[in-house]
Design a protein around this ligand. Structure first.
Ligand SMILES: Cc1cc2nc3c(=O)[nH]c(=O)nc-3n(C[C@H](O)[C@H](O)[C@H](O)COP(=O)(O)OP(=O)(O)OC[C@H]3O[C@@H](n4cnc5c(N)ncnc54)[C@H](O)[C@@H]3O)c2cc1C
Length: 384
């Protein structure tokens, strides 16, 4: 017989944003009856999420500290005409660890995994087995809404965690190696030394279309590893993604597409960096903001998350403008020049860019000088 489950806060989607919010609420409001619902049987799916130290404010570190799997001091970038090490901490979270920490922190009844949500409102959710959740407030964190409401380019990739036959001797991540052949837009390879003889290698493309040729890209990951002299003993895991790079669009339509009147978190709230498609910094900030609340009523949560996300969207026009320059003004094979130029700027500016916290001075600095794209096309992209 179908059951009605009553609780204080129902978080729909135990991905990155939902899990971080659940952890933050458990820490700040231990008496709150929180449920974390996901169609999958694990928390966080199959991911390796990375972020820069400067993406997360000191005051919010408590949210991510328990789930960090790897930390490095400094990272490298390499372009045809410019290579550099940036003195910035870099972190990764493995979904397996997020899953472990959530299971250890939340009471067993809070985890409602393997339960698909069919419909949600501000205070209720219907599950595919007929059960119904009635909550003081619902937060929907079930991943992206309707991306056709936005004007997007795409960042797509395949990453493989490789167990090597011998230590690789690389002390730091390579966040962008753009010395590789430029194929299907701006291409770079990303390498994380996750162990003495383990390397996560990801081949990434900033492309006009979302189609990902997984077989071809996987073969390029393997070819890159071989060229680096890394003999692969085993492929430990693999992930792939196609992330939106937002050039414009209708934020309100996007918000409504994820459920009218329902509070949202993560990608579903449009809370991702327009240029990188990354959502971790926003997920931490929103979890911190919501954990500081006392009112978890569905309507109030909707108002709060909508206002928060709308403000973030409005403040990020600069990044969408840069995305238009990248996609509309630069020839696909020349896009790397935009990033090559960007990476000549100061580490502080680069850090604030990734955190979506660029100052007016940063923005002026990024746009100053001769653009690495044809001026006429750059102006057209600006006015579009
Ligand atoms: C492979 C990959 C790597 C990435 N790496 C990074 C990175 O390094 N750093 C970074 O900041 N960002 C990264 N991103 C981008 C983005 O931050 C992630 O996609 C992030 O997981 C988004 O968080 P989210 O909580 O909004 O959505 P998700 O993490 O996708 O979570 C959504 C959850 O909702 C569940 N769900 C969906 N529909 C239903 C339903 N009907 N009923 C119940 N549950 C449902 C899903 O099972 C899933 O668990 C990456 C994305 C991908 C795909």
């Amino acid at each position: 017989m179908a059951a009605t489950i009553r609780c204080d806060v129902a978080i729909l989607g135990a991905g990155l944003a939902g899990a971080l919010l659940a952890l933050a609420l458990a820490e700040r409001h231990p008496g709150l009856d929180v449920r974390l619902v996901d169609a999958d049987t694990v928390v966080g799916g199959n991911h390796l999420w990375s972020f820069f130290g400067s993406d997360v404010a000191e005051a919010d570190r408590w949210i991510v500290a328990p789930v960090v799997s790897h930390a490095w001091r400094g990272y490298d970038i390499a372009f045809p005409a410019h290579a550099r090490t940036l003195d910035q901490t870099y972190y990764s979270i493995e979904s397996e660890k997020l899953d472990r920490v959530v299971r250890a922190t939340l009471p067993a009844r809070a985890l409602m995994l393997g339960r698909r949500v069919l419909a949600a409102s501000a205070t209720a959710a219907v599950l595919d087995d007929g059960d119904r959740i009635e909550a003081v407030g619902v937060v929907d964190a079930r991943g992206t809404g309707d991306l056709s409401t936005l004007e997007c380019g795409w960042q797509k990739f395949v990453g493989r965690e490789l167990r090597l036959e011998a230590p690789h001797g690389r002390p730091r991540p390579v966040v962008m190696d753009a010395t590789v052949d430029q194929i299907d837009g701006y291409r770079f390879v990303y390498c994380l030394p996750t162990g003495e003889a383990r390397m996560f290698v990801e081949d990434t493309y900033y492309s006009d279309g979302p189609d990902l040729d997984r077989v071809a890209v996987t073969a390029r990951v393997d070819a890159y590893a071989e060229a680096a002299g890394w003999h692969v003993a085993a492929v430990e895991r693999e992930e792939a993604g196609v992330l939106p790079v937002a050039m414009g669009g209708d934020f309100e339509a996007y918000w409504r597409s994820g459920g009218r009147g329902v509070a949202k978190a993560g990608m579903r709230a449009g809370l991702f960096h327009p240029t990188t498609g990354y959502s971790l910094p926003d997920a931490v900030r929103l979890a911190s903001t919501l954990a500081a609340r006392r009112d978890f009523g569905g309507w109030a949560l909707h108002e709060a998350t909508h206002a928060y996300a709308a403000k973030a969207w409005a403040a990020r026009g600069f990044y969408r403008l840069l995305d238009r320059m990248l996609f509309r003004a630069a020839e696909p094979a020349e896009r790397y020049r935009v990033l090559e130029r960007f990476y000549r700027l100061s580490p502080g500016l680069v850090g604030r860019f990734y955190a979506a916290r660029s100052t007016p001075g940063d923005k002026a600095r990024i746009l100053a000088g001769r653009p690495p794209v044809p001026i006429g096309r750059a102006l057209k992209a600006i006015w579009a």
